[in-house]
Design a protein around this ligand. Sequence first.
Ligand SMILES: NC(=O)c1ccc[n+]([C@@H]2O[C@H](COP(=O)([O-])OP(=O)(O)OC[C@H]3O[C@@H](n4cnc5c(N)ncnc54)[C@H](O)[C@@H]3O)[C@@H](O)[C@H]2O)c1
Ligand SMILES: CC(C)[C@H](C(=O)O)[C@@H](O)C(=O)O
Ligand SMILES: [Mg+2]
Length: 361
Amino acid sequence: MALFKIAVLEGDGIGPEVVSAALKVLYRIGELAGHHFETEKGLIGGSAIDEKGTPLPEETIKLCLEADAVLLGAVGGPKWDHLPTEERPERGLLGIRKALDLYANLRPAKVYEPLIEASPLKREVVRGTDMVVVRELTGDVYYGEPRGIFTQDGKRVGINTMRYTEDEIRRVVRKAFQIANLRRKKLTSVDKSNVLEVSALWRQIVEEESKNFPEVELEHLYVDNCAMQIVRRPSSFDVIVTGNIFGDILSDEAAVITGSLGMLPSASLGDRYALYEPVHGSAPDIAGKGVANPIATILSVALMLRYSFGLIREADLLERAVEVTLEKGYRTPDIYTEGTIKVGTEGMTQAVIQTLEELWS
Ligand SMILES: NC(=O)c1ccc[n+]([C@@H]2O[C@H](COP(=O)([O-])OP(=O)(O)OC[C@H]3O[C@@H](n4cnc5c(N)ncnc54)[C@H](O)[C@@H]3O)[C@@H](O)[C@H]2O)c1
Ligand SMILES: CC(C)[C@H](C(=O)O)[C@@H](O)C(=O)O
Ligand SMILES: [Mg+2]
């Protein structure tokens, strides 16, 4: 029996609700497949501030460094919105990404045929959409120095610094080429090189790396144009690679094409560690109501099974179980359309588990 150690960081808002749902699914897979998933919880975000006075306690970092993989819910919420930026729950998330050097954030956005009605776009536009946004996750304006609010000539000035080194760009671009090579062999690199020097360097490095992947078709788009093309022709994208801030924005945009932000999983990968989390946040507007869509987190567990544990069959079956559950008509409120079966977080979780059991036998 294989043993896998998972650090579980539930976070805030709907974080604990969707993580608990995904863990139920994971434990059931463990029973069916004969694996032991050992989980240990750590504090992060607002709940860590409340209990430990910091959004990322040292013991949480230690727990993650010792685990085979990390599963995270979401951080943040109105309770902590009054705090200065550098003390907010979100800093816990940035801190753990940096501490584990998770430089490549994979955000697959796939349109499931049964959800085509839930997309705000026309069905003929979204049909067949299956893309992965590869977002650089440990650089850019998120981490660049100097940063802060300063006083200059008696007036306040806010400063953040967009900064990327050649090596930081190269490693994530290479990963994106490798992923594209295993998929439909098309890579779209997104930048703002008509204005930003950081982006001009980004584009140079993408061009250099493309020589190592001659079979991958390369396209460059400016980020503003890309934002438009994602809603105009989403199915034409295969892999998108971009920096931290552009990737943050474009992946939420890609999410809505699939029907809901509650559908999008992610894998944050470094050379040694990996963390899995839904793309969405703590959704304070629905927290505690039992209606959050757990699919993004359940699909994040599927990514964990595939990338961290090499359990390909289990990952495939779980992804298929989600699809079949949607085919059966189960919907949380965010993806509900007339004529389907409205369920809450628990109802969706049980429906996925039941489908999984059916597919297993
Ligand atoms: N990775 C993270 O931890 C993460 C990501 C994004 C935002 N945040 C934080 O979360 C807080 C709220 O941010 P926000 O409101 O801008 O973004 P959000 O992603 O939390 O919510 C945006 C909208 O999507 C809906 N939504 C999100 N996840 C859903 C789900 N699983 N099921 C159904 N509906 C869902 C919400 O109800 C809301 O209407 C902020 O503090 C923000 O910083 C954290
Ligand atoms: C909460 C915030 C720090 C985070 C980010 O900007 O990376 C979130 O929006 C995300 O997409 O994971
Ligand atoms: Mg985001």
